[in-house]
Design a protein around this ligand. Structure first.
Ligand code: ATP
Ligand code: MG
Length: 418
């Protein structure tokens, strides 16, 4: 044996057993509920042309400036492992010529994301997201519906009690320009107290400072002006309508003027579902409106809105709440000797054909096979010895009740369905 001891790469995890089932439950639930709202599922590549994510000099978000897995491939092209879904989905809308008709497109996607971050509980370098986008709808009703669908998914997962929706508006460009000037004035007056990162943000994108996780920054942010006073009439109308529609969809929320989101492309609506059950990594779902992104991909103006949720964080919430899905329970078919293997395989296949999960070991005597059945938490064992095979029956042992009875092979499916 080799003496190498491999570990998964830093910030990555293997999903096995309970963890996998929680993870899978999140995706399955999101797929089912989003379909109820008219979303269709798309899959886009895990890596893209780097420019899909880093669009020119305007990018100041941590994701783009510090966290991307970017490399040159063997052909000399710069590619990036996707750190987020939205940009790739907008790229796909444009690439596939879908911007001209049949808008809005309502898209659901789920898969892995990659960010070079400092790993800690709830923060990984490969993590997974579920994602919803409504591409090509400027109406605040779309903002509210995409949020309502997110809330419905949380509810279906049993997590709505533990997370609360916080909403904010970032206004339109005009509102934001005015607000930006005010923020620069405010933070400039406190420049010395700002973190190094935020000093840099001050020139490029002072809104970013509001999102800072630095202790000192946060103290300053608490006293910073909010956008409220700078909203144009149109921006205010959008904001009012959003809240009205959230009431219509019966989604509880609170307003939080500190929510600006981690990426640069948002306008109007910004929101997060937050929880106090996960320590520092409290945001489980976040998103907002982005009206310029499809254009940056070379498409026509296509106002859009969407969100992404971290599957690991939702899975952690499920774990905390004791909501781990149980493993599938099998029926174990046990031939007592090799002579009964043939009839046992017939039984095995007839159960599977009827939709009953079943397995049969490859080796071992009756005792060994029963041990494995118990270890696997099988619900029943079907024991077929020489006498049973001759008679066309099996001993059906209910592993929960501990009872055993003889059942005709032809009656097994019926019996095990009950
Ligand atoms: P954070 O402020 O926690 O860094 P973010 O604003 O960078 O989050 P988004 O880009 O909005 O996050 O991604 C949406 C969701 O994806 C987050 O709310 C979170 O649940 C999850 N997420 C983001 N980064 C990670 C990560 N490194 N590991 C696990 N989940 C993550
Ligand atoms: Mg982040």
């Amino acid at each position: 044996m080799s003496s190498l001891k491999f570990q998964p790469p830093r910030g990555t995890r293997d999903l096995i057993g309970d963890e996998f089932r929680r993870h899978h439950r999140v995706i399955k639930t999101a797929r089912r509920i989003s379909a109820l709202y008219g979303f269709e599922e798309w899959a886009t590549p895990i890596f893209e042309d780097t420019r899909v994510f880093a669009r020119g000099l305007g990018e100041t978000s941590d994701v783009v400036s510090k966290e991307m897995y970017t490399f040159e491939d063997r052909g000399g092209d710069s590619v990036t492992l996707r750190p987020e879904y939205t940009a790739g989905l907008c790229r796909a809308l444009v690439t596939n010529g879908l911007t001209q008709s049949n808008l809005p497109r309502k898209v659901f996607a789920a898969g892995p994301m990659f960010r070079y971050e400092r790993p800690q509980a709830g923060r990984y370098r490969q993590f997974h997201q579920i994602d919803l986008e409504i591409l090509g709808a400027a109406e605040p009703l779309a903002d509210a519906e995409v949020i309502a669908c997110g809330y419905h998914i949380l509810k279906e997962l049993g997590l709505d009690e533990g997370a609360i929706l916080e909403v904010n508006t970032l206004g339109d460009t005009e509102s934001r320009e005015a607000y930006r000037a005010e923020l620069i004035a405010y933070f400039s007056a406190h420049r010395e107290a700002l973190s190094e990162d935020s000093k840099r943000r001050l020139e490029k994108n002072p809104l970013r400072i509001i999102d800072s996780k630095d202790e000192g920054d946060r103290k300053l942010v608490a006293g910073a002006p909010t956008i409220e006073a700078f909203l144009t009439e149109g921006a205010r109308a959008h904001w009012d309508a959003l809240r009205r529609h959230l009431d219509g969809f019966k989604v509880p929320y609170r307003e939080n003027p500190r929510i600006v989101r981690g990426l640069d492309y948002y306008s109007h609506t910004a929101f997060e579902f937050v929880t106090d059950r996960l320590g520092a990594q409290g945001t489980v779902m976040g998103g907002g409106r982005y009206d310029g992104l499809v254009q940056e991909m070379g498409g026509p103006a296509t106002p859009s809105v969407g969100w992404a949720a971290g599957i690991e964080r939702l899975a952690m919430l499920m774990e905390v709440a004791g909501l781990t899905p149980a493993a599938h329970r099998l029926v174990t078919v046990i031939p007592v000797s090799e002579a009964e293997e043939r009839v046992a395989v017939d039984v095995l296949q007839s159960l599977r054909a009827a939709g009953i999960a079943a397995e049969m070991g490859y080796r071992g005597n009756l005792k060994r096979r029963m041990e494995r059945a118990n270890k696997q938490n099988a619900r029943a064992a079907l024991i077929i010895g020489e006498a049973e095979a001759a008679k066309g029956v099996a001993q059906l042992r209910d592993l929960d009740a501990g009872t055993q009875e003889e059942v005709a092979l032809t009656a097994l499916v019926e019996r095990l369905r009950g």
